[in-house]
Ligand binder design. Structure first.
Ligand code: AMP
Length: 420
């Protein structure tokens, strides 16, 4: 038995399932790569202050879930719990916003870390693909991102997801609403922690899942009634553009999300087959974040889609991704001389762009053919000393079971022709 196991709240991606994760990352990023988003990669850890200031001290992510540590050199770092703050930090550091090409559109894919209570769909190490459009206040940009996420999910074959949409207002109207909400919350019978939350971040109380809290929230002031004219007009434009693109959404005035930096447009993608961890992705506009981390005013919008939960959503819907077998040809060599010759042919096939694998480990015919089967290869190439003496190999079609002798010198061309 192995001595070590994956740490609590983590799991390994191993074949054959791991290929689904690659396919999901590929499918989510494809629409972005196709729409002017450039790839960015940032470190797995940052100064802890970036997240404290960016994501917000009062959020669960920062106050409870961050892997923060001091290095031997005395730096205070944290494993990244999300992507937006890091991407914006990197864009500012490289002055990407000063090159006269706003918005700067970036996409990323990576691992994120939160010390959460693990359960299905909620892990301490998880994976996201995200997109950020930095430095432009334009409802078409908000709409673009929502449409691209919708396209990504649909290209995977997902159907049972919904898009929830809300506006959180801006620095003009949100404070007025905040005060009105706080006034309302002060009149309720809430536990100590919730009372404290109501003072620091009252909007997040609306997000409280407990039925007794939700019951008391009936009649709470709604943000929609407080939106200033500019925010209202902006939101209407976003809604109109998404609608025109044929993307269905639901207005959800309770949607506030767990990060402090959001302004105006916020959205979440939920999947109905996932139980309590139903959010497969989310995002929104964060017009104030750049200034919060010491940059200039850079109104921006972005999203992050969870890869783990997208895979769970595919399973919940019974979607089988159409992933071609990774190996096309599997070579089975019997005897030393055959090994040498076929190993050379495998190398040639690979160079010619044909996915090929080889029976390693000196197995007999039976065991090697089992490996050929398991590889999913369309063809097995089998050769022993006698075949080779005649300059031949046996080419077996693994689908039909048919086998024919092919001249060694013509193997590459024959295989390529029959695969085409
Ligand atoms: P958030 O940054 O919290 O809005 O998360 C964006 C997306 O990342 C969510 O919709 C999930 O799909 C995914 N996600 C967030 N936290 C976790 C987690 N602990 N485990 C798995 N996926 C997560």
């Amino acid at each position: 038995m192995a001595t070590f196991k994956a740490p609590k709240g983590t799991y390994d991606l191993i074949p054959p399932v791991s290929v689904k994760y690659l396919a999901v990352r590929e499918a989510i990023s494809a629409p972005l790569r196709n729409s002017g988003y450039g790839y960015i990669e940032t470190p797995g850890f940052e100064d802890v202050g970036l997240f404290a200031r960016g994501v917000g001290e009062s959020t669960d992510i920062v106050s409870k879930e961050m892997y923060a540590f001091e290095t031997k050199g005395g730096d205070q770092l944290a494993l990244r719990p999300e992507g937006t703050a890091s991407v914006l930090r990197a864009a500012l550091e490289a002055s990407l916003h000063k090159q006269g090409n706003l918005p700067v559109k970036l996409w990323y894919s990576g691992s994120y870390y939160r010390y959460e209570r693990p359960q299905k769909g909620r892990y301490r190490h998880f994976s996201q693909v995200g997109a950020e459009a930095i430095g432009a206040e334009d409802p078409a940009l908000d709409a673009e991102l929502i449409i691209l996420a919708d396209q990504a999910y649909r290209s995977l074959g997902l159907r049972d997801f919904r898009i929830l949409l809300n506006s959180l207002g801006d620095k003009e109207c949100r404070p007025v609403y905040r005060e009105a909400l706080q006034g309302f919350l002060r009149g309720l019978d809430l536990d100590e922690e919730t009372v404290r939350r109501a003072e620091i971040n009252p909007l997040r109380v609306l997000d409280d899942k407990r039925p007794d809290v939700q019951k008391q929230l009936v009649g709470a002031p709604v943000l929609r009634d407080y939106l200033c004219d500019a925010c209202k007009a902006y939101h209407e434009e976003v809604r109109a553009l998404i609608t025109a693109a044929g993307v269905a959404f639901e207005d959800d005035e309770k949607l506030v999300r767990g990060l402090d930096y959001y302004t105006r447009t916020t959205f979440e993608f939920v999947h109905d087959g996932l139980g309590s961890q139903s959010a497969v992705g989310g995002g929104g506009r964060y017009d104030g974040l750049s200034e919060m981390i010491g940059g200039p005013a850079l109104p921006s919008v972005g999203w992050a889609l969870g890869v783990d939960r997208t895979v769970l959503a595919l399973e919940a819907e019974g979607v089988e991704l159409d992933i071609p077998a990774s190996t096309s040809v599997f070579a089975v060599a019997l005897g030393e001389e055959a090994r040498r010759v076929l190993f050379g042919k495998v190398t040639e096939l690979r160079k010619a762009g044909v996915a090929a694998d080889f029976s390693f480990g000196g197995k007999g015919l039976k065991g090697a053919m089992k490996d050929a089967n398991r590889s999913g290869a369309r063809f097995a190439v089998v050769a022993g000393e006698r075949d080779l003496a005649e300059g031949l190999v046996q080419l077996k079609d693994m689908e039909s079971g048919e086998q024919s002798a092919v001249a060694l010198a013509e193997l590459i061309d024959t295989v390529k022709a029959r695969l085409a």
